[in-house]
Design a protein around this ligand. Structure first.
Ligand SMILES: Cc1cc2nc3c(=O)[nH]c(=O)nc-3n(C[C@H](O)[C@H](O)[C@H](O)COP(=O)(O)OP(=O)(O)OC[C@H]3O[C@@H](n4cnc5c(N)ncnc54)[C@H](O)[C@@H]3O)c2cc1C
Length: 449
């Protein structure tokens, strides 16, 4: 269906993954799309201050890869041209879980790409910049979202440009993809509206990352490794994936104070103490290409915008501004891209009606719940560690036992393995685990224990 024009100008705050994908979705439906980013945007794939997490492993799930290909046809070819490393799902990443070192390696029939976050962002940025009606303005820090005097509708934003001058830009739609969503909350406060309730899961994660040259004698049995600790006593884990340029990026970390130090020696000492020696043995003699980057992630946060009775017309928070997931499960970029696809679908649906912008936010908040539900339910598994803060689900012990039995079944049966990979990659909802035939088999496994 041909997209309908629903407004003159849309402004997107932030050129991270949520902002760029949203801009891609908006370009067909607005005369002009302007993306305002506080950072200088590098022409090459380089780290920048506004996204410090980009220095750490960024796995792109299959759902995210597909969503990005839908928004930007040819995206996978762009990845391949940029040197991204194809990984056969189920086979090329050695998964080490307690009781399975490694988990059976099987080619599940798909591949996804391993690549650095700056390269993914640069590819998507170039696609967004190539749209004739889309402009990326760098060094523009948004100071506030502007609303009509009665607070019912958003009218634009005020920002500070690279020379320090303050400017105003009008907009029919403002998309807050600033990560923290602070500008949306500040607006709600300033117009006297209630803030959304928040659900938080306190995990106090500490990450450290190093990049290495892949040595000539590297293992040929795997291209990447994921090592889990043993809950509840050992929260230490690691993920090492290949990057473009024949490099490995190794991210290791733990929770609640058991976190790596920021020096190279401390990094190796921590890696040596992981539950298995695979990552340590691989990097011990490998050439380190960079310093150690660290990141602290206190909690996963879900904001319940869907529960608000009223919300200013023409404002839409998206990406991490709605929900920040535990990064260990590699979901944030994929959820952001899926949200942009949802936005595109909603524009097609709502575009035929009277004032699509008026109904956009409530419809989006309602429909995005289905999308968030599965990744958020994975985040709830963090309660396996007793120090985790937040509301522990009532039936959590059963959920854990079910998960352990499902893992056993997946190890034995390739079809169940494939199903769990589909859920982990957000291709299917977690509700597929409620299939009666599967539940019966899982219960039988639980009874064996
Ligand atoms: C340590 C770590 C590891 C992660 N690993 C993964 C992973 O493996 N896989 C995965 O899919 N996801 C991962 N994520 C999550 C992922 O980075 C985010 O979920 C994803 O990038 C979507 O974020 P966003 O675009 O909403 O926000 P961000 O990526 O934070 O982007 C926000 C942008 O807004 C800009 N900005 C902020 N304020 C303003 C302002 N006032 N004016 C103008 N611009 C502004 C910032 O400079 C930035 O460019 C990880 C996150 C962390 C913290």
């Amino acid at each position: 269906m041909a997209p309908t024009l629903i407004g003159k100008q849309a402004v997107v705050i932030g050129a991270g993954m949520a902002g760029l994908t949203a801009a891609g979705a908006l370009a067909d439906c607005f005369d002009q799309v302007v993306v305002l980013e506080r950072d200088i945007l590098p022409s090459e794939a380089a780290y920048r201050a506004g996204t410090p997490q980009a220095r750490h492993v960024h796995a792109l799930l299959l759902s995210g890869q597909r969503a990005l290909s839908e928004l930007f046809p040819g995206f996978e070819q762009d990845l391949a041209r940029a040197g991204a490393v194809p990984l056969r799902v189920g086979l090329d990443v050695r998964m080490e879980r307690p009781g399975y070192d490694p988990f059976p390696q099987r080619d599940l029939g798909w591949f996804n790409y391993a690549v650095s976050r700056p390269t993914i962002e640069r590819i998507v940025r170039k696609r967004v910049e190539s749209r004739a009606n889309t402009t990326l303005r760098q060094r523009c820090r948004v100071l506030e979202v502007l609303a009509s005097p009665n607070g019912e509708a958003v009218t634009g934003v005020r920002y500070e440009n690279g020379s320090g001058a303050r400017e105003t830009i009008v907009a029919d739609l403002v998309v807050d993809a600033s990560g923290r969503g602070a500008l949306t909350l500040a607006l709600l406060q300033s117009i006297g509206r209630p803030l959304p309730e928040e659900t938080t899961i306190g995990i106090d994660l500490g990450y450290a990352t190093c990049v290495f040259a892949i040595p000539d004698d590297a293992s040929t049995d795997w291209k990447g490794v994921m090592t889990f600790g043993q809950a509840p006593q050992n929260s230490r884990g690691g993920l090492m994936l290949p990057l473009e340029g024949n490099r490995w990026m190794a991210t290791i970390g733990g929770r609640h104070g058991d976190v790596p130090s920021g020096d190279a020696e401390g990094f190796l000492t921590y890696a040596r103490a992981l539950r298995t020696p695979t990552i340590y043995n691989a990097i011990n003699h490998a050439k380190r290409l960079d310093g150690v980057a660290r990141y602290g992630f206190p909690d996963s946060v879900r904001r319940h915008f869907e529960k608000l009775d009223v919300f200013p017309c023409g404002l839409l928070p998206i990406g991490d501004a709605i929900c920040r997931f535990n990064p260990v499960y590699g979901q944030g970029m994929s959820v952001a891209a899926l949200e942009a696809c949802l936005l595109q679908t909603l524009f097609e649906k709502l575009g035929e009606k009277g004032n699509p912008i008026a109904t956009l936010a409530p419809t989006f908040f309602a429909e995005v719940q289905t999308l968030i539900e599965t990744p958020w339910s994975v985040a709830a598994l963090d309660f396996a560690f007793p120090e985790t803060r937040g509301q522990r689900p009532a039936d959590f012990e059963t959920t854990l036992k079910f998960g352990i039995a499902l893992t056993k079944l997946a190890a034995e049966d390739p079809a169940v393995h494939k199903l769990t990979a589909e859920v982990q990659n957000l291709l299917k909802p977690r509700s597929v685990y409620r299939d009666p035939a599967l539940v019966q088999r899982v219960f039988a496994k639980m009874a064996e224990a």
